[in-house]
Ligand binder design. Structure first.
Ligand code: SAH
Length: 349
């Protein structure tokens, strides 16, 4: 029989499992706490369970774990980039950033990505598989263990499209916020999507208090379709309507991400058009100087063009900030480390 992934189970599911094994419900609480508060990766470490019980659990379940394959620490600002190796040998990335008010971790939600955005390194080698809830939790737990610090806020902005792995991501969020587990309020979570419209409505129905970040990167269909194939599935008007509806339902202000690419989407007209598109929608715009990915050949906008773009938005009443760059000395752009690792492996063959 294939072993079950015990770290992806909610406390209620675990209680049900214990019942099936003829064990009292409080055992579920003990196991849950070992997994989600003490981060053990072996049943033998669950010292308040009898030897027999530990053996019985090990027969039926496995505890997910991962290993830190590479770790890069920025000499400039202490940002840490982890390349994690999953149980099946696939790799994903997470980035730990330190701010005055605490630390923030950016995690991956899939191995690779199907979305095909032209500026992104994560999508170059395509999609491999979804991450399980336990694998996403472990991206956090291993960063906590390694750094000796609690992660205070989380962004789902690493490799993958979180809404393309909807069931696992929502299960992960529910485990993450459980008071008997890591107990992170979803107010401290930002989920970034390239704009899968039906899933934005599904997410609104969950009524989580997380921040929805939408990767917009252009003010109209013609320009957006040039860099984001997903725009051919969902026209920009549909996407913005979904964002307006999301705000109406949840009361949470939307963040729009806008990576500035020289000569592509950084003109003053583009800024004006953006302000028309977003009129009346409570939102914040995050301007990101595009990270240049070798294979992509796109150039970042100059500092003056970025400031002009921001000022134009400001004058038109839109709140826009320029993203501070952290870890610029350690292959900052998402997906680049995993990509490098893949290439090193190819070279060795
Ligand atoms: N799939 C999700 C989350 C992962 S990408 C999404 O599309 O939102 C996280 C963010 O990084 C997105 O806003 C994405 O558009 C942006 N991004 C990807 N490659 C980038 C690059 N080379 N430079 C700047 N931003 C990039």
């Amino acid at each position: 029989m294939e072993k079950l992934d015990i770290k992806s189970m909610s406390l209620d599911e675990l209680k049900q499992q214990m019942k099936e094994l003829g064990l009292p419900a409080f055992r579920a609480g003990q196991v849950y706490s070992w997994l989600h508060c003490f981060y053990v990766d072996d049943f033998e470490q669950m010292t308040n369970l009898s030897k027999d019980l530990r053996a019985k659990l090990a027969e039926r379940y496995y505890i997910n774990s991962l290993s830190i394959k590479r770790k890069l620490v920025s000499a400039i600002d202490g940002t840490v980039k982890y390349l994690y190796e999953l149980k099946d040998g696939n790799c994903v990335e997470a980035v730990l950033m330190k701010y005055k008010h605490g630390s923030s971790l950016c995690i991956s939600t899939q191995v690779g990505c199907k979305m095909g955005c032209k500026f992104c390194a994560s999508t170059l080698a395509g999609w491999v598989r979804n991450l399980t809830p336990s694998e996403m939790l472990d991206e956090i737990y291993y960063a906590v263990k390694d750094s000796g610090q609690r992660v205070d806020s989380l962004v789902l902005m690493g490799i993958g499209e979180p809404l393309d792995n909807f069931d696992n991501v929502t299960k992960f969020l529910e485990l993450l916020r459980s008071p008997e587990g890591y107990n992170l309020s979803l107010r401290h979570v930002t989920l970034s999507t390239c704009g899968l419209v039906e899933r934005i409505y599904d997410l609104a129905d969950k009524d989580y208090q997380l921040t929805l970040a939408v990767s917009l990167h252009a003010p109209n269909n013609e320009m957006r379709s040039r860099t984001m194939p997903v725009n051919d599935r969902y026209a920009i008007e549909k996407l913005i309507q979904a964002c307006r509806d999301y705000f109406k339902k949840t009361g949470r202000r939307i963040t729009f991400e806008y990576a500035l690419i020289a000569g592509v989407n950084d003109s003053i007209q583009a800024a004006e058009e953006l302000s028309t598109l977003l009129k009346g929608l409570p939102c914040h715009i995050n301007l990101i100087p595009v990270n240049e990915v070798k294979e992509r050949g796109l150039k970042r906008s100059g500092a003056q063009a970025i400031r002009d773009f921001q000022n134009t938005l400001g004058k038109l009443g839109l709140n826009a900030t320029i993203r501070r760059e952290l870890g610029s000395d350690i292959s900052a752009a998402c997906g680049q480390l995993r990509r490098e690792e893949g290439m090193r492996r190819e070279e060795k063959q």
